[in-house]
Design a protein around this ligand. Structure first.
Ligand code: SF4
Ligand code: SF4
Length: 404
């Protein structure tokens, strides 16, 4: 295993983090009911992770059973507390809520301090303000840090670049969890700023949100050979000295070899990497009507996330990444601030965006074309029913204590 310094936290963590989002039945409420199968799954995966030298575990209050599962698994494995670093996250909205939530999380995790606490989801201006207001959650997190309950305070984000830069510039945080992959390089400036400020960089979901790389398109698979797509992207990310760790949501034993392959020192990979990169870059550069993702076209009065829709179009045309495009595109109109934006079909052709586009793209035409190729009613209805179930759960848990 390779270890890197996590920015100004000065902690050395493994370049692969065990992400705890996907254990068996892990998303089924209530959070405190732990089926045997889920516990066994978490124990096996945690044992395997620690065995290969992974020393960093990541979870969140928002991941339903995950904190409780890790609490049981780590006790069961008898892992000494100094053998692992624990990161959890939460999005309390007030100072009082913050202290109560952290106490609950420590109880679930069965530990008495947290190495890293990330305010979960600084995804827009309102959430940045809510998190950092005087007397608010981040201030209380720092008080908990002074009391020794939390070692380092950071944040996670799915926000547009300008909000991430603003959050980094508050100088309130020692680490950031963000999206940055070969297939999504829009946050490079944030990665660089974090590096300049010595803020640790943690990459969220490189294999799934980063391109559904366990199931690459034929073109991606073929172009990356002799590497796998996971390897290519992992090496791309870790090629940035500012980046410390990649969070891999391993939840089956056979996920380890493909993820650990990122660390392979075999010469054949290093020898082939420049040519693979050149071919991948060239495919993208040849896309007709390429969107450079500059975001100059925003805002759109219909709240269409134009650069993100056109990024999926870029990937479709350059690499035939249809499964990934459908997976992400059909999350629009269902994920709130985690993935904002309306479907491209909502474009009224008002023309507001056109003079702002430096590439002079025919934006409405490209949007309609992308919607036709990616909209999948079944996937969309599935995400809607999940959303409906989640709001029912939220509603009922206020009245039924055992559901919490
Ligand atoms: S033309 Fe379409 S995409 Fe452009 S601003 Fe108007 S509604 Fe939005
Ligand atoms: S302004 Fe043009 S190139 Fe820039 S993100 Fe919008 S559509 Fe793409």
């Amino acid at each position: 295993m390779e270890y890197r310094r996590f920015g100004r936290t000065n902690e050395k963590i493994s370049v692969i983090t065990l992400g705890g989002m996907r254990f068996k039945h892990g998303w089924n409420p209530p959070r405190s009911h732990l089926p045997k199968e889920s516990i066994q799954n978490c124990i096996e995966i945690t044992r395997q992770a620690l065995g290969v030298g992974i020393n960093h575990i990541e979870t969140a209050h928002g991941y339903m059973k995950s904190e409780n599962l890790f609490g049981v698994a780590l006790k069961e494995l008898g892992t000494p507390r100094d053998q692992f670093k624990m990161m959890t996250k939460g999005a309390p909205m007030t100072g009082d809520e913050t202290r109560a939530l952290v106490e609950e999380q420590l109880k679930s995790l069965k530990i008495d301090y947290l190495d890293f606490y990330g305010w979960h989801g600084i995804n827009n201006k309102e959430r940045l303000q809510a998190a950092t207001k005087p007397g608010g959650p981040v201030e209380v997190l720092h008080r908990l840090r002074e009391e020794g309950v939390i070692r380092h305070v950071g944040f996670s984000t799915h926000a547009p670049l300008d909000i991430i830069l603003q959050a980094l510039n508050t100088d309130l945080f020692s680490f950031v969890n963000l999206h940055y992959y070969y297939f999504f390089q829009r946050n490079l400036e944030a990665v660089r700023l974090a590096g300049k400020k010595d803020i640790g960089v943690f990459i969220i979901s490189p294999n799934e949100k980063g391109g559904m790389l366990w199931k690459p398109s034929g073109i991606v698979k073929g172009t990356c050979e002799p590497m796998s797509a996971i390897q290519f992207n992992g090496r791309f990310c870790l090629g940035h000295p500012e980046i410390t760790t990649l969070s891999m949501g391993m939840h089956e034993p056979d996920h380890f070899p493909q993820n650990l392959s990122v660390l392979s020192k075999e010469k054949i990979y290093a020898d082939n990497e420049p040519e693979i990169r050149r071919e991948m870059d060239q495919r993208l550069a040849e896309v007709k009507g390429l969107c450079t993702l500059c975001s100059e076209c925003l805002p759109c009065p219909e709240e269409i996330n134009i650069p993100e829709v056109l990024r999926f179009r870029n990937l479709l045309n350059a690499y035939e990444m249809e499964d990934y495009g459908k997976f992400r595109y059909n999350m629009f109109e269902g994920e709130g601030h985690w993935f904002p934006g309306n479907f491209a079909s909502k474009c009224t052709e008002c023309g507001d965006c056109l003079p702002r586009c430096p590439e002079k793209l025919e934006i409405p035409r490209l949007l309609f074309e992308t919607h036709r190729r990616l909209f999948d009613r079944k996937a969309w209805l599935k995400s809607k029913s999940f959303e409906f179930a989640a709001s029912c759960y939220k509603f009922f848990k206020r009245f039924v204590p055992w559901m919490s």
